[in-house]
Design a protein around this ligand. Structure first.
Ligand code: SF4
Length: 359
């Protein structure tokens, strides 16, 4: 970050776009519900992927707009051209379907530059204690996905995506009952994909009751995410009661076991900025994670339609810049880099500018 309080290149612009969203023309597809880049569009600013909100109320009022300009795309701010950009196209595999006539896009969606992602179980055992910011239930009711992905279908889709050059798969899941917390279905899907496509594998899950599940994940995964979402205890209790009930010590054990199995820099935890957490809680969380070899994946809250937070706004760009700067100093001091990771969200970085800063 420079003395003037700006990051270099297009990072400032990416931060501002993720804070304010963007208006998009009819015909550009904005994902509804789901995990990660939900309610958004993926664009490339000087080749850097950015997932930008485009479906939420604040995005519809954004001063930013994407317009077609001849054969290319242009970003405007208050009607004035800012720069050219690329828009992530729909993969060819979206046109294919499984033997049961499930369109491939309902099994796995494009993520960022060269990833695909799938939510294996589209439901959450936390029920009333589920995360207030999560749109898994919205996706389940949208008709845009299937409630449970089969290993066979995921293997088919991954093989087709690999032929198009997609290099990594993000497998996540709603939490399931039982001590595996959803890891068993993830493992079945991961194993099927490994047998069908030469793809890097990133798996996201909650701390399981038995840590040996993590060793099994490490046999098929190249990286993992165990996302606590917030280190502010009061905020976590309100925003993610199920995770708060699991408790920080259980997360610490899971992160530790994952680093033992996969190595430093290949384990991450999301830290969402904008839930009302204290700054010190974020920085304390970064210190804890980096001391364990876990990359702290800071990202702005993306309030999603259909969730309890749908009327909220993302944090402002200045708030995000300040947080990124302080957290990046902690990451730099630890020797961790986003570029260490070859799969998943840390490798992709479309949903945050933090990975661009800590590259
Ligand atoms: S950062 Fe993660 S959730 Fe976001 S687009 Fe990339 S892989 Fe998907």
């Amino acid at each position: 970050m420079s003395a003037e309080g700006t990051f270099s290149g297009g990072i400032d612009l990416k931060i501002d776009l993720q804070a304010r969203g963007v208006r998009i023309p009819d015909g550009l597809r904005s994902r509804v519900g789901g995990a990660g880049p939900a309610d958004g569009i993926t664009i490339f600013l000087d080749g850097v992927p950015a997932s930008v909100p485009s479906g939420a109320w604040y995005a519809c009022r954004s001063p930013y707009e994407i317009r077609h300009s001849g054969e290319s795309w242009e970003l405007l701010l208050d009607g004035v051209g800012v720069c050219g950009l690329d828009v992530a196209g729909e993969p060819e595999y979206y046109r294919e379907a499984t033997p049961d006539s499930i369109p491939y896009y309902k099994v796995a969606l494009r993520h960022g530059r060269d990833g695909i992602g799938s939510t294996v179980v589209q439901g959450c055992a936390h029920g009333d204690d589920s995360c207030r910011f999560c749109a898994i239930a919205v996706s389940a009711g949208s008709g845009e996905t299937v409630p449970r992905k089969s290993p066979e279908d995921l293997a088919r889709v991954a093989a087709a995506a690999r032929l198009e050059g997609y290099s990594h798969l993000v497998l996540t899941t709603g939490t399931t009952p039982g001590e595996d917390r959803g890891i068993e279905p993830l493992l079945r899907c991961a194993a099927a994909v490994k047998g069908a496509a030469d793809m890097k594998m990133h798996v996201q899950f909650e701390p399981p009751g038995d840590l040996e599940y993590i060793d099994r994940v490490a046999e098929v995964a190249d990286s993992v995410a165990i996302n606590i979402e917030s280190f502010d205890r009061e905020v976590l209790t309100v925003m993610a009661p199920g995770k708060a009930a699991t408790g920080l010590s259980r997360y610490r054990q899971a992160w530790e076991r994952s680093v033992e199995a996969l190595g430093e820099g290949h384990v991450t935890s999301f830290i969402i900025i904008g839930l009302g957490e204290s700054e010190e809680s974020v920085l304390e969380g970064c210190r804890l994670l980096t001391s364990m070899g876990v990359y702290p994946f800071l990202l702005p809250l993306r309030p999603l339609a259909g969730t309890p937070l749908e009327a909220w706004s993302p944090p402002g760009a200045e708030e995000m810049k300040g947080m990124y700067e302080k957290a990046a100093a902690i990451v730099a001091g630890s020797g961790l880099h986003a570029s260490t990771c070859d799969s998943g969200c840390v490798y992709c970085g479309a949903c945050t500018a933090f990975t661009d800063i800590t590259g």
